[in-house]
Ligand binder design. Sequence first.
Ligand SMILES: O=P(O)(O)OC[C@H]1O[C@H](OP(=O)(O)OP(=O)(O)O)[C@H](O)[C@@H]1O
Ligand SMILES: Nc1nc2[nH]cnc2c(=O)[nH]1
Length: 169
Amino acid sequence: MTYDILLSEADIAARIDAMAREMAPRLTEDTVGVCLLTGGIWFAADLTRALARHGLGIGFDSMWLSSYGDGRQSGEMILRADLQRPVKGKQVLIMDDVLDTGASLKFARDHLLRAGATEVLTAVMASKPVTRQIEADYVGWEAPKRYLVGYGLDDGGRLRGLPFIGALD
Ligand SMILES: O=P(O)(O)OC[C@H]1O[C@H](OP(=O)(O)OP(=O)(O)O)[C@H](O)[C@@H]1O
Ligand SMILES: Nc1nc2[nH]cnc2c(=O)[nH]1
């Protein structure tokens, strides 16, 4: 398998620290971070630890969403697992690896607002240059329009554990 390395491990760490510093004043200890599984795990783990280094211990929950399956095109959105705890009356921070068509982020945001969240903020590690209905409040990296792998991003379930972000095409 060959891929180009686009964003190194050190660059990812620096960008996440900058995001945490920027968003920390807007969050409180009552904020619930919501990781979009599966790809968001790596980013959510690093972002919540960066926030903790900036003095903020936010809550943590997850939603398991899937729309790409093993392909490279967005398809039917499946909510495989919902939140563990209610978010009614809470400020929520969605954390995901990539913003592409925006279908996943929009689905998650609408779902959380319906569940009674008072405010839904959104943070993604990578954002691709695509016209869409939703943008993220916090973006770690403006990515090219290529098929990304690593740091949570998979190719048919593989390559998520690469510590950097690469591109296959
Ligand atoms: O902006 P979009 O076009 O919706 O693409 C972004 C979503 O695509 C991936 O999820 P996927 O459905 O592949 O599930 P995964 O998290 O298991 O990889 C990724 O983790 C994002 O959640
Ligand atoms: N692995 C991977 N999943 C995605 N989901 C939406 N865009 C991408 C991408 O570029 N790579």
